[in-house]
Design a binder for this molecule. Structure first.
Ligand code: HSE
Length: 410
């Protein structure tokens, strides 16, 4: 079998490397005499590269070559990835992608084309890098009704937060280190503002609950406003701050989905996930809680997932695997303001004693952190509808809120 790779960046070059390094094993396991990369599409030149002789710049060469039955898309971005992938599927070629932006925005549409053309469209690497998660949900946990899914879905932000928590490092220095290590997206805004985690929770929620969840339906907050002060206060309260993407089934036609920094209590399976590692908790009615853990970013971990998808395509060239979800519907994702939550709050005050009294009368079970500073007060609220919680905070005249972080109980 011959494969074409579109995009020779970090992941694409990793895919070529894994196929070359483990070739015999890969060919044998997928029952192919030959398992090789025939073309690599990229507009850039790679003089002296080990794959220089495979480089092409014209997409039509791939599209029109009947020998290419599986195409790998590792270009990233929506365009022209969307046009290329849909053309390949329409031409009867199976496609494997690591592109979460593409799957989160257009997954339903591309899955529909794949269904109509009886080919496969796989994207294991789009969530969790090297961690098996798409296939476990769609196959191993297929007998379950999944009620909830939550995880640390972005390696870059988890790395940054770990450096802030463990090394007291500034946000900027930690981001630079993550970029140097090749974890971050080309534009790290997607990482630090939570867009990357949003795309991943969209894919997971679509898969778990059967209807497409589009990124603009998911309330998304990143980690750029997290200060070392909050990190320390949360530590003193017995937790850590993590960027969490989560989705929950509320009824047959309603789910919640949100990405935001969250206080995770020490002892939770997600609290000890550090550095570039990701962890995804899936709650099923039969299996209970399962947690998938591993490297969520990086060249070879991500390539590992892409190559496994190619191998699965190779094993299913004649008969596509039943896999996917339907298009989304209006108002399917609930307004996060209407969901109940607990909140960590740091606020400024001129009168700490009065502020404490006011907070205690607004929140029956408020828990306060010890604060050295006389003009700051830090506390955890009761569990209330977020809109109601914000209304109460706005009405406490003795404080001015500086930061708020949702508290989760996974
Ligand atoms: N930038 C992403 C991350 C890469 O840091 O998790 C993997 O999707």
């Amino acid at each position: 079998m011959f494969v074409a790779i579109m995009g020779y960046g970090t992941v694409g070059s990793g895919v070529a490397q894994v196929i070359a390094d483990n070739n015999e094993n890969i060919a044998k396991k997928s029952a192919q005499d030959i398992f090789d990369v025939k073309y690599i599409l990229d507009l850039r030149d790679f003089p002296g590269d080990v794959n220089e002789n495979k480089m092409i710049k014209d997409f039509n060469i791939i599209l029109n070559d009947p020998q290419i039955q599986v195409v790998v898309e590792t270009m990233g971005g929506l365009h022209p990835a969307y046009e290329f992938v849909s053309s390949c599927l329409l031409a009867g070629k199976s496609v494997v992608t690591s592109n979460k932006e593409l799957v989160a925005a257009k997954g339903d549409e591309l899955l529909k084309i794949a269904r109509e053309k009886n080919v496969n469209f796989f994207f294991e690497a789009s969530v969790g890098g090297g961690i098996p998660i798409i296939r476990p949900i769609s196959q191993c946990l297929a007998a379950n009704k999944i009620s909830e899914i939550a995880g640390i879905l972005n390696g870059t932000t988890n790395f940054i937060l770990t450096m802030m928590i463990d090394k007291n490092m500034s946000f900027e220095d930690a981001l630079k280190l993550a970029q140097d290590n090749g974890y971050a997206e080309k534009d790290p805004t997607a990482d630090v503002e939570g867009f990357d985690a949003c795309r991943k929770i969209c894919i997971l929620a679509s898969l778990c609950f059967g209807k497409h969840v589009y990124p603009d339906e998911v309330h998304t907050e990143g980690i750029t406003k997290i200060s070392l002060k909050d990190v320390e206060y949360v530590k003193s309260l017995g937790g850590v701050i993590k960027l969490i993407g989560r989705a929950k089934k509320l009824s047959d036609d309603k789910i919640s989905a949100i990405v935001s920094p969250a206080v995770v209590k020490n002892g939770s399976q997600l609290a000890s996930v550090s550095d570039v590692f990701n962890a995804i908790l899936v709650r099923g009615d039969a299996v209970g809680d399962t947690v998938f853990y591993g490297k969520g970013a990086g060249k070879l971990p991500t390539a590992s997932a892409v190559v496994a998808d190619i191998m699965d395509c190779a094993a299913h060239l004649d008969k596509r695997k039943e896999f996917g979800w339907e298009s989304g519907t209006k108002n399917y994702v609930a307004d996060y303001n209407e969901l109940e939550t607990v909140m960590y709050v740091r606020a400024e005050t001129q009168n700490k004693a009065e502020a404490e009294k006011d907070i205690n009368s607004a929140f029956e079970n408020a828990v306060f952190a010890d604060t050295a500073s006389s003009d700051e007060i830090v506390f955890i609220t009761d569990c209330e509808k977020e809109s109601e919680l914000n209304r109460k905070l706005d009405n406490i005249g003795s404080i001015s809120v500086l930061s708020k972080i949702r508290v989760v109980d996974y």
